[in-house]
Write a new protein. Sequence first.
Length: 94
Amino acid sequence: MTKSINNQSWDRKRSALKRQFYNAGCVSGHPSTYRSISNRTLNCLVWSEVLTLRGLVQMTETELFKLPGIGKKSVEEIRLLLAEGGNRLKEEQQ
């Protein structure tokens, strides 16, 4: 089953999630050290309906790996960006 989403709605969701990363201090605003979430990772999160930073930090690495398109690089990118803002992924339950 494929999802149907119009471009305007998609862009709004992407912008909102990117803004949350920026507001939480996860994205450096200085041009010489600018780092942001990659478009690929952002698209994967939005496509999987992970639309808030709060929702993201409530996920474990295992849950992230289960999302379509999310691999080692994306998880590492997310972990680094969250750490910049003083956040982290949920701990794995044993």
